[in-house]
Design a protein around this ligand. Structure first.
Ligand SMILES: [Zn+2]
Length: 94
């Protein structure tokens, strides 16, 4: 008896994974998604705002002339502003 060996080759396809975060607002039921780009952007905006507040040294610099960048608050519902949100990470294989 010959033993048949079946080789199943699973080629590692260059599958790209996209990670998304699904947010559900407990207050109004709003559902929205954000990806890594938004997380990055919001971090950059926070850094920008932080840098601005550090520049202000007691009124010698017109810090008021620098507009506050409106960052995306990822922990807030964009619809009602509630912070009662649930997060779920979803991974898509592309
Ligand atoms: Zn909401």
């Amino acid at each position: 008896m010959e033993k048949e060996t079946e080789t199943i080759k699973i080629e590692p396809k260059c599958s790209k994974q996209i990670e998304e975060t699904k947010c559900i607002c407990s207050a109004c039921g709003n559902i929205w998604f954000y990806g890594k780009e938004e997380v990055r952007e919001s971090k950059l905006d926070n850094m920008h705002n932080l840098g601005k507040s550090m520049m202000c040294c007691g009124g010698c610099f017109p810090a008021l002339l620098i507009p506050n960048k409106k960052g995306i608050d990822l922990n807030k519902c964009p619809k009602c502003g509630s912070k009662a949100i649930k997060k779920e990470i979803i991974v898509h294989n592309v």
